[in-house]
Design a protein around this ligand. Sequence first.
Ligand code: DX5
Ligand code: ZN
Length: 215
Amino acid sequence: MKKLIAPSLLSADFLQLGDAIEMVNQSEADWFHCDIMDGRFVPNISFGIPVVQAIKKQAIKPLDVHLMIVEPEKYFEAFAKAGADIITFHYEASKHIHRAVQQIKGLGLKAGVVLNPHTPVAVLEDILPELDLVLLMSVNPGFGGQQFIERTYQKIGKLKRMIEHEKLSTLIEVDGGVNTKNAHTLFDVGANVLVAGNAVFKSENPIETIHQLKQ
Ligand code: DX5
Ligand code: ZN
């Protein structure tokens, strides 16, 4: 089973973004998680296309772009051009999930749907075979450094059973409040990719923290 770590640059020191990228390059981390917020879908604004473009110039690992924006379909192409390798968008932000997934795949990228904490995994039943990954929010999207919502363990288990039942290879990614204490259990119950912001970038030794998260 895959065990991947995707540090979220949202928690990095933006004045030293180059150093943060270099640290992730040198670490055992697998993806760069880029949190895009528009101040409409979520009550916060982060960074956008030119910053993703800059990250891409230095990153030697795939860019996992998490769109927390309304009308995400309008921006798939721009983020693909900026260097995204994976695009995930929110179930709650799109009326035509199937079409949106095909659009991302048509750009040559991996596609995933994100579920907010209140959205049941059952809504994905008929789209699951089309998805490369599902991102389960384990906090309400918008901010780093929030507390992990315990109910997520059950959601991972349910989604895992759906994926196995259909004999799919869809990855389960978990985002929000992940740390060295809960990472092991999250992988154990079926997560494949863990996003970590504060746990990595606010730790004394980020490289070592990434190593621990992977254990
Ligand atoms: C929250 C973002 C997360 C966030 C995670 O809206 O999607 O990726 O950066 O940060 P931590 O790991 O600090 O909860
Ligand atoms: Zn995220």
